[in-house]
Ligand binder design. Structure first.
Ligand code: ADP
Ligand code: MG
Length: 542
C-alpha cells in the first residue's frame, strides 16, 4: 500500500488548465457534459471488461448520479463505472495523454466563441473543464475488481495530492467545490436543463438529487431506434453534436431500419466540416456498434477506412449482448451489416452528388479520404471513381469522370492525368502542353493519394487511366495542335515580315506544329547536315 503524496502536474497540464479556465468562461456549463460523458465512458468500459476479462460485474442498476449540496457548496457526480487505480489517477488526471496544449491553444484562439466548447471534447481534455466552476476538485475512485480506493485532489493550480480513501463499491465520485461566482451550478433545475441539452441520449440513467429525492434527468432514448417521423430535426442535430463534438449541422443524415434477413437500425452523419486533426487522428471507422441499445464498441470497423468521416450508430438484434471482440472478428453477421451499411452510404452519396454545389462542399472536406477507396477497395473502387471529382485542364471547377468522358475525342481511348502538388501549376505545366494544344483534356491530380489509385483503378467505363508522361506517344494520334483562326492570320503576316528582316541569313521560315509555347526553333535545311552536326563542323574549323 502506497501512502499520501503531492505531485506537480505535467507542465502541459498546468498551461492547459489556464487556457481552459480563461478562454471558455462563457461556456462554463459544458463542464457537466464532460464529466457525465466520462462517467458514461467508464460505465461502458466496466461493462465491457466484465465480459472479456471477468473483472467485477457491473451492478444491475448502474447509473450516474448528480448531487448538488447548496449549503456545503459541493456538487458531486458519481458513477458505477470502471473506476481508476492509483496509477490510472496519475496517468489520466495528471498528464495529457493525447494532444499537446500548444495545438489546443492555437485552435482555441482562432475558433469562434461558439465553436470553442467542442474543442474540449476533441482534445480529450474534458476533465479539466471542472476547474471552470470549481476552486477545488476531489476525485475518489475505486477500480472495479480491486478493494482499494484513492482520493485525488487539486485546486488546479500546479499540483495535486493523492491519498488512500474508502469507497464501498467500485466507481468514481467527482466532487466540485463550487466557485463563489458559479452558484447556478448548485441549482437542481439548472443542472437538469444542462443535462437535457447536452446529455439526454446518454444510454445510462442519469439522476439528480432534488429536495432529497432522486429524479431522472435524461430520457435515455436510443434516438436511432425511433422511426423517422418520431424524431425532430433538433434531436438529430443534438445527437450529431454529441457524437462528433462538432458544432455545425450535419451535411447529411442517414436514418434507416433494415428488416428481413438482417435486423438493424442505423443513424449516420456526414459532417459539414472537416474535424480538426481528422487525417492524423483516425484511420479506422469509428461508427459505434450497439446491440439492443447497449453500446458494444466503436472498433468494429463497420464502414471501410475510406468512409471513416461518416459517424454514428448501428444497433442490431442479430448479435448476443455478451458478444466478445474475438466473436466480433469472426461473425458473418457483422460482415453482412458492413456490406449493407457501406452500400447504403455509397448510394446516398451518389444521390447527393447530383447537386454539384453542395457536393463540392463535401468533396472539399472528405474527397481525399474517399479517393482512398479506389486504391484499397476492389469491391467499391468503381463506385468511388464515379463519386470522385477532379480539377481539369479543360473546365473551371470540378469535373467527374463521367463528364470527362462526355468530352473526349472520338479517337481517345484513355483518361489522361498528371500528378503534382498544385492544380494551378499543373494547369500551366509543359508536361500537358501538347495535350492541351490538341484539345485533349487532362485531369490535374494533386492529393498525395493521387499517386497511387490511378494504377489500381486501371480503367473506368472501358477507358484506361494514363499518366501524360506515358501518354506522350499517343499525341500523334490526335494530329497537329489546333491553331485558332486568329493564330493562323497572325502567322500569315509574321512569316513574310520575318523573311524581309532576316533576308539571306536564313534559307526559309516556316510555321511548325512541333512547338507549342516556345516561339521558334532553328532547323537545318532539308537534305543538308543537321544542326548538331553543323555545330561540330564549325568547331573543327570546317
Ligand atoms: P477523455 O475523456 O477525452 O479521455 P478527459 O479529460 O475527459 O479526456 O478524461 C481523461 C481520462 O480520465 C479519461 O480518458 C479516463 O481514463 C479518466 N476518467 C475521467 N473520468 C473518469 C471516471 N468518472 N471514471 C473513470 N475514469 C475516468
Ligand atoms: Mg472525457
Amino acid at each position: 500500500h502506497q501512502g499520501s503524496e503531492t505531485r506537480e502536474f505535467s507542465a502541459e497540464v498546468g498551461r492547459l488548465l489556464d487556457l481552459v479556465v480563461h478562454s471558455l468562461y462563457s461556456e462554463r456549463e459544458i463542464f457537466l457534459r464532460e464529466l457525465v460523458a466520462n462517467s458514461a465512458d467508464a460505465t461502458d468500459r466496466r461493462r465491457f471488461e466484465a465480459l472479456t476479462d471477468g473483472a467485477q460485474a457491473l451492478p444491475e442498476n448502474a447509473k450516474i448520479s448528480i448531487n448538488p449540496d447548496k449549503d456545503a457548496r459541493l456538487l458531486t457526480i458519481s458513477d458505477d463505472g470502471s473506476g481508476m487505480s492509483r496509477d490510472e489517477l496519475v496517468a489520466n488526471l495528471g498528464t495529457i495523454a493525447r494532444s499537446g496544449t500548444r495545438a489546443f491553444g492555437q485552435k482555441l484562439e482562432n475558433a469562434k466563441p461558439e465553436d470553442r466548447p467542442s474543442l474540449i471534447g476533441q482534445f480529450g481534455v474534458g476533465f479539466y473543464a471542472a476547474f471552470m466552476v470549481a476552486d477545488k476538485v476531489d476525485v475518489v475512485s475505486r477500480r472495479a475488481g480491486t478493494d482499494e480506493a484513492w482520493r485525488w485532489s487539486s485546486d488546479g493550480k500546479g499540483a495535486y495530492t493523492l491519498e488512500p480513501a474508502t469507497r464501498d463499491k467500485a466507481g468514481t465520485d467527482i466532487t466540485l467545490h463550487i466557485k463563489s461566482d458559479a452558484d447556478e451550478f448548485l441549482d437542481p433545475w439548472r443542472l437538469q436543463a444542462i443535462i437535457r441539452k447536452w446529455s439526454d441520449h446518454i444510454a445510462w440513467p442519469v439522476t439528480i438529487m432534488r429536495e432529497g429525492k432522486e429524479e431522472a434527468a435524461n430520457e435515455g432514448t436510443a434516438l436511432w431506434r425511433k422511426s423517422r417521423n418520431d424524431v425532430t430535426e433538433e434531436q438529430l442535430e443534438e445527437f450529431y453534436r454529441h457524437i462528433t463534438h462538432n458544432f455545425d449541422k450535419p451535411w447529411d443524415t442517414l436514418h434507416w431500419r433494415a428488416e428481413g434477413t438482417m435486423e438493424f437500425s442505423a443513424l449516420l452523419f456526414v459532417p459539414s466540416s472537416r474535424p480538426f486533426e481528422f487525417g492524423e487522428q483516425m484511420r479506422e471507422s469509428k461508427v459505434r456498434l450497439h446491440v439492443r441499445r447497449m453500446f458494444i464498441t466503436d472498433d468494429a470497423e463497420i464502414l471501410p477506412p475510406w468512409l471513416r468521416f461518416v459517424q454514428g450508430v448501428v444497433d442490431t438484434e442479430d448479435l448476443p449482448l455478451n458478444v466478445s471482440r474475438e466473436m466480433l472478428q469472426a461473425t458473418p453477421v457483422l460482415s453482412r451489416i458492413r456490406k449493407a451499411v457501406t452500400t447504403k452510404v455509397v448510394n446516398e452519396l451518389k444521390t447527393r452528388a447530383k447537386d454539384a454545389d453542395t457536393y463540392a462542399t463535401f468533396w472539399e472536406n472528405f474527397g481525399p479520404v474517399l479517393k482512398e477507396g479506389m486504391w484499397d477497395d476492389p469491391t467499391y473502387k468503381t463506385d468511388v471513381a464515379a463519386l470522385s471529382r477532379f480539377r481539369s485542364s479543360a473546365v473551371e471547377g470540378l469535373t467527374s469522370l463521367d463528364d470527362y468522358l462526355s468530352r473526349i475525342k472520338p479517337e481517345q481511348d484513355a483518361i489522361y492525368y498528371v500528378t503534382g502538388d498544385n492544380a494551378d501549376v499543373l494547369a500551366a505545366s509543359p508536361q500537358i502542353e501538347g495535350f492541351k494544344a490538341r484539345g485533349v483534356e487532362v485531369l490535374l491530380l494533386c492529393d498525395p493519394v493521387d499517386s497511387f489509385w490511378p494504377e489500381r483503378l486501371g480503367t473506368y467505363e472501358g477507358k484506361s487511366l494514363r499518366n501524360v508522361a506515358q501518354g506522350l506517344n499517343d499525341l500523334e494520334k490526335f494530329g497537329a495542335p489546333e491553331a485558332s483562326p486568329a493564330e493562323k492570320a497572325d502567322m500569315d503576316t509574321l512569316l513574310p515580315a520575318l523573311k524581309t528582316v532576316l533576308g539571306d541569313a536564313v534559307s526559309d521560315i516556316r510555321s511548325t506544329d512541333r512547338l507549342v509555347s516556345s516561339a521558334m526553333v532553328l532547323s537545318a535545311p532539308e537534305g543538308g547536315p543537321d544542326l548538331q552536326l553543323r555545330k561540330l563542323m564549325q568547331r573543327s574549323g570546317q
